[in-house]
Design a protein around this ligand. Structure first.
Ligand code: UYC
Length: 232
């Protein structure tokens, strides 16, 4: 009935991010709701956004329109945001589009694996062979590349995933790793959450849960990510 659509439209136009995000799935499930989401997105930004303009609302709308798989949604996405709602800067030497594609599909498991692979590519051919990073390699990462990866994760996670989110939480617990792990569900009591099987590969995960950084060789890589000048 139109009253249901009306109250969803009111939520969408409330300007309150929590209310807006909460209304999106119900809107995407209605034909008139999909049309509303498309108009809202066009109005908000008729072209993909630069990496310094993170918009988790638009990111979530794209995920839901992509998932709705209706011709009008497909036409809109292809016409306005063919590669996703984030415009990747040309200055990056590594192609981060595969991360954007996986996140758009809400395939957070795949996005996590690609993120690890892309960080190795950024570090160089030795890291690609090794398949893990040295903290000294992280120190040398260009700020822009980390900002792009972080911006993609934030855009497509209702703003809850990404290195900068993990950093915020880590600063919030006074940089105490033992307080940090349980906050992001990487450890419960003495039990490390097993990768990949025990991680939560969805938006149901707690803030900061993704992307993952292996702690098998210690905390130095994560420490280098959290302290990188990209976030200052
Ligand atoms: N794994 O447990 N992890 C791997 C995590 C630990 C282990 C990769 C995260 C604890 C082994 C990623 C957590 C631990 C391998 C992560 C976690 C452990 C492996 C793939 C929670 C045992 C096989 C990329 C903190 C108690 C590979 C990579 C190997 C892989 C992530 C075991 C992303 C966040 C301390 C045996 N785990 N990892 O870097 O190198 O290997 O043997 O953190």
């Amino acid at each position: 009935p139109s009253t249901a659509l009306d109250s969803l439209a009111t939520a969408l136009n409330s300007g309150n991010l929590k209310k807006q995000l909460a209304a999106l799935p119900a809107l995407a499930a209605l034909d008139d709701g999909v049309a509303l989401l498309i108009d809202f997105a066009k109005d908000r930004s008729p072209q993909p956004l630069a990496i310094d303009t993170i918009d988790p609302l638009l990111g979530r709308i794209c995920q839901l329109l992509n998932r709705a798989d209706l011709p009008q949604a497909r036409n809109f996405l292809e016409g306005y945001y063919p590669d996703g709602v984030v415009e990747l800067p040309r200055e990056c030497t590594v192609d981060y589009q595969p991360i954007q594609t996986a996140l758009l599909e809400e395939d957070f498991d795949q996005a996590d694996r690609i993120t690890i692979q892309k960080l190795c590519e950024l570090a160089g051919p030795e890291a690609v062979k090794r398949k893990w990073l040295y903290f000294t390699e992280v120190d040398r990462f260009p700020a822009l590349d980390l900002q792009v990866i972080d911006g993609l994760w934030r855009t497509y996670s209702e703003g809850k995933f990404g290195f900068s989110i993990q950093r915020e939480i880590w600063l919030g617990v006074g940089q105490d790793w033992e307080k940090f792990w349980p906050k992001i569900n990487w450890k419960q009591g003495n039990h490390w959450t097993r990768w990949p099987g025990e991680f939560t590969w969805s938006l149901a995960a707690p803030r900061g849960h993704l992307p993952t950084t292996n702690q098998l060789r210690g905390v130095r890589v994560m420490n280098a990510l959290m302290r990188h000048p990209a976030w200052s």
